[in-house]
Design a protein around this ligand. Structure first.
Ligand code: GDP
Length: 260
């Protein structure tokens, strides 16, 4: 685990904390899905958004964190699951966070207009969603941050810089690297993210392997610690009342939303 700024909050650490964090992430359950931003429910919980290029290993990492086989849908056709899927986390009667699985980006076979539309939805979500407290960006450890990853980060960079949103970059599929390569990509990513770091920012990097179960406890611990440190949001999300991106599936009606 690699904090970018030693002064900021890091994971609480320790075997007990990791166990509790894994118990916490295991509570993740499906809440609702939204085809556009104005379908996202109003709630007062912190949202942890998972983003990444198609095929970066995002669904696998979410399932591994939750210790569930099919929580996040690993699409056979990358780029097809173009919804924001929400999961609630914490006690059943009093969830304490929402995980938001954002559509994977950069899949070559998606049409240019579909790409642009989703880029806009993600840019809007990352730039203005009030509940957004943490962005978890999944990056294939063999490739490191791509231009597209950096572009996506730029949408949320101002909120990371002022500390409103914390950033965790997960270097996935770490089992494919040897020790030297792991050290190298960690350093390189650290250098790139240092450009975003300020006195207020909270940025961490984790090597992760779903296959080897590497980094799972640490990531759960960071997310739980950050969730606990979030200030509760007192007001409904103003996004609900904003006109947003056009409806993708052609239906005008937002689906009824269950309680988190
Ligand atoms: P997504 O499109 O980002 O949701 O990516 P997926 O979770 O569907 O994973 C893409 C591919 O990477 C799949 O073939 C996975 O089996 C593989 N993969 C995911 N995580 C790991 C990992 O930790 N190690 C290895 N070796 N492969 C992985």
């Amino acid at each position: 685990m690699s904090p970018m700024n030693e002064n900021r909050s890091t994971a609480s650490g320790g075997a007990d904390a990791t166990k509790q964090a894994l118990a916490w992430s295991h509570t993740a359950r499906f809440y609702t899905t939204a085809a556009q931003l104005n379908q996202l429910p109003a709630h007062d919980l912190a949202e942890i958004a998972f983003v990444g290029r198609s095929n970066a290993g995002k669904s696998t990492a979410i399932n591994t964190l939750a210790q569930r086989r099919q929580l996040a849908f690993a699409s056979k056709t990358p780029g097809r699951t173009q919804h924001i899927n929400l999961f609630s986390v914490g006690p059943k009667d009093a969830p304490d966070a929402i995980w938001a699985d954002l559509p994977g980006y950069g899949y070559a076979a998606v049409t240019r207009s579909a790409k642009l539309r989703w880029q806009q939805v993600m840019a809007d979500y990352l730039a203005v969603r009030r509940n957004l407290a943490v962005v978890v960006q999944m990056v294939d450890s063999r490739h490191g941050l791509t231009d597209l990853d950096k572009q996506l980060l730029s949408f949320v960079a101002p909120r990371v810089a002022n500390g409103a949103v914390k950033l965790l970059v997960i270097l996935t599929k770490a089992d494919k690297l040897n020790r030297k390569e792991s050290d190298q990509i960690l350093r390189q990513t650290q250098d790139q993210l240092a450009e975003m770091a300020t006195d207020e920012s909270d940025i961490q990097i984790a090597l992760f392997s779903a296959l080897k179960k590497q980094g799972v406890g640490e990531v759960a611990d960071i997310l739980r610690t950050w969730t606990q440190n979030c200030r509760p949001l007192a007001f409904p999300d103003e996004i609900l009342n904003q006109p947003e991106a056009e409806d993708l599936d052609g239906s005008d009606e937002a689906p009824p939303l269950p309680a988190p």
